[in-house]
Design a binder for this molecule. Structure first.
Ligand code: ADP
Length: 517
């Protein structure tokens, strides 16, 4: 029998294991349940594909997306390994044919969607064959605390019920400790071995900036310093994807739009053009991503803020899978947060609303923070790392001129105090800027001494000062996002502490408002 090293080299064509891979492979071969958290590009597929080639039976891989399954089945077939998938895309004849092959022991891998496990007939077939182990790909979908909960994944607790002696290997790129525990519980893993790679990606250079107007000029400046490289630009809407793709083509970049509203033919063409480098830049909604196995993506740009840090981390993780230096650039505005909030309010049923809003809030905090970006991401996934020093805008921007906004902060805190710490930032800014808004008048807040004491500052500037106060924990967010003043906030209010803010942050905001006019 071949050794794992021979299989690694002769079949997969790799010289050595990457970190974690060998340990995960050994644990799987040993028959123990496994829960592995490896960042995108970390090489998860190999972890669960290699062991089967040293075993007799078949491995069942459960995956959430047909496109992902197709890619994997094709990749395995290209290596002369017998793999099939059963999905709604295949005709029922094709699916029966695959089941026949399965029963005759002709397959090494079968890829299926989680909903198959609601079928007793399918489970019955699996009970008649020799299964090495189950693989759950994108396992964070099991957890309601994760960023992509899928109800079908909940059925997978049936696996241990029907196959108590078959091990389960769960994989994901992103899971907080809470999600990790939830995955293990939901799948009823039996004494699983946990593998968790460190969250930091050493070859990603991160930059985050407030978006000026529609961001096109900033994107162009970014691309100028990354000419000839290929990358993805994520947009909020399909229309924006099309608009920016056209704008870049007019600027002589080889760009194409990709989103769920395009025909399958067009999508396939864009995908292939990108893989074969006939197109350098794909401007896409999040429809583009899962399953892209292109290792030399050099940059990922976001034209607006993603809805969670998990989404963001997964999307930026598509850059630099080959380990070479890559660049990620995020443009945000307060308006993004508001738009995302509306999306959450409309789309999600109550149980997940508060979790989703918390995650959104964290994403926004990440954008406006002055701390090391890598450190914030790591801490979100409950991983402690030192500041990167060299790999993010906050660590490398050096000395930025600081503006003393202590008096403005006092005005803001005072307004919050006068409004009894029961209102969110929009209301407070309305009070400061002397708005005649109905709600404000109803509360009689036009009679407060703080009414209209801040009309010389724009709304965005007030928001920037508020963000800064939240960032340093002088303010906290209470129920319904009401602003609450902490002890530190009280000190600033009483003039015992000063507040400084980076001049570039305020400067950009003023510029943004001028351009918006
Ligand atoms: P993930 O699923 O974790 O995002 P993949 O399994 O798609 O990552 O692997 C990412 C890339 O790394 C693929 O191109 C794969 O061929 C490559 N790869 C995986 N393991 C190794 C290895 N041991 N040596 C070199 N390249 C590897």
């Amino acid at each position: 029998m071949n050794s794992k090293y021979e299989v690694l080299k002769d079949i997969f064509g790799h010289e050595s294991f990457r970190s974690f891979q060998e340990d995960v492979v050994d644990t799987i071969i040993g028959g123990q349940d496994v829960l592995t958290i490896l960042p995108t590009g970390g090489g998860k597929s190999l972890c669960y594909q290699l062991p089967t080639l040293l075993m007799q039976g078949v491995t069942i891989v459960i995956s959430p997306l047909i496109a992902l399954m197709q890619d994997q089945v094709k990749a395995l077939n290209d290596l002369n390994i017998s793999a099939e998938m059963i999905s709604s895309l295949q005709s029922s004849d094709e699916n029966s044919f695959t089941l026949q092959k399965l029963l005759q022991g002709e397959l090494k891998f079968l890829y299926v969607a989680p909903e198959r496990f609601t079928s007793n007939e399918f489970v019955g077939v699996l009970q008649r064959i020799n299964i090495n182990y189950f693989v759950i790909d994108e396992a964070h979908c099991v957890s309601a605390w994760g960023h992509e909960f899928r109800a079908e994944y909940r059925n997978l607790d049936r696996l241990k019920q029907f196959f108590p002696d078959t091990s389960i290997c769960a994989f994901t790129a992103t899971a907080t400790k809470k999600v990790e525990a939830d995955i293990a519980n939901s799948l009823r893993l039996n004494n699983p071995k946990h593998f968790r790679a460190k969250t930091k990606r050493d070859n990603l250079d991160i930059k985050v900036e407030p978006r000026v107007s529609n961001g096109k000029r900033q994107i162009l400046n970014f691309l100028k310093t990354h000419r000839g490289m290929c990358g993805i630009i994520y947009t909020f809407t399909r229309k924006e994807a099309e608009g920016i793709a056209k704008f870049l083509c007019d600027e002589n970049y080889k760009a194409a739009a990709y989103h769920a509203g395009l025909s399958v033919d067009v999508k396939n063409r864009v995908f292939e053009d990108f893989v074969y480098e006939r197109v350098d830049i794909v401007v896409a909604t999040i429809a583009f991503g899962m399953g892209i196995d292109k290792s030399n993506i050099r940059f990922v740009v976001h034209t607006s803020m993603p809805k969670t840090l998990e989404n963001y981390y997964q999307e930026i993780g598509r850059a630099g899978r080959d380990g070479d230096m890559s660049y990620v650039y995020l443009l945000y505005s307060k308006a993004d947060e508001v738009k995302r909030k509306i999306q959450i309010e409309e789309a999600i049923d109550d149980g997940y609303k508060s979790t989703s809003l918390e995650k959104l809030e964290f994403m926004y905090r990440y954008c406006v923070s002055n701390n090391c970006r890598h450190k914030i991401i790591a801490s979100y996934f409950e991983d402690e790392i030192p500041s990167c020093e060299t790999l993010c805008d906050n660590c490398t921007k050096g000395e930025v001129e600081q503006v003393d906004v202590s008096v403005d902060a006092q005005k803001l805190l005072s307004a919050i105090f006068r409004c009894e710490q029961r209102f969110g930032i929009n209301h407070i800014v309305d009070v400061l800027r002397g708005s005649k808004n109905q709600k404000l008048l109803e509360f009689g807040h036009d009679k407060l001494s703080v009414y209209n004491i801040g009309s010389q500052k724009s709304k965005n500037e007030w928001i920037a000062i508020c963000d800064k106060l939240i960032d340093i924990q002088a303010l906290e967010l209470g129920e319904f996002r009401a602003l609450k003043i902490s002890d530190l906030g009280m000190k600033i209010l009483k003039g015992k502490e000063k507040l400084f803010i980076d001049s570039d942050k305020l400067g950009l905001l003023v510029k943004q408002e001028e351009e918006d006019l």
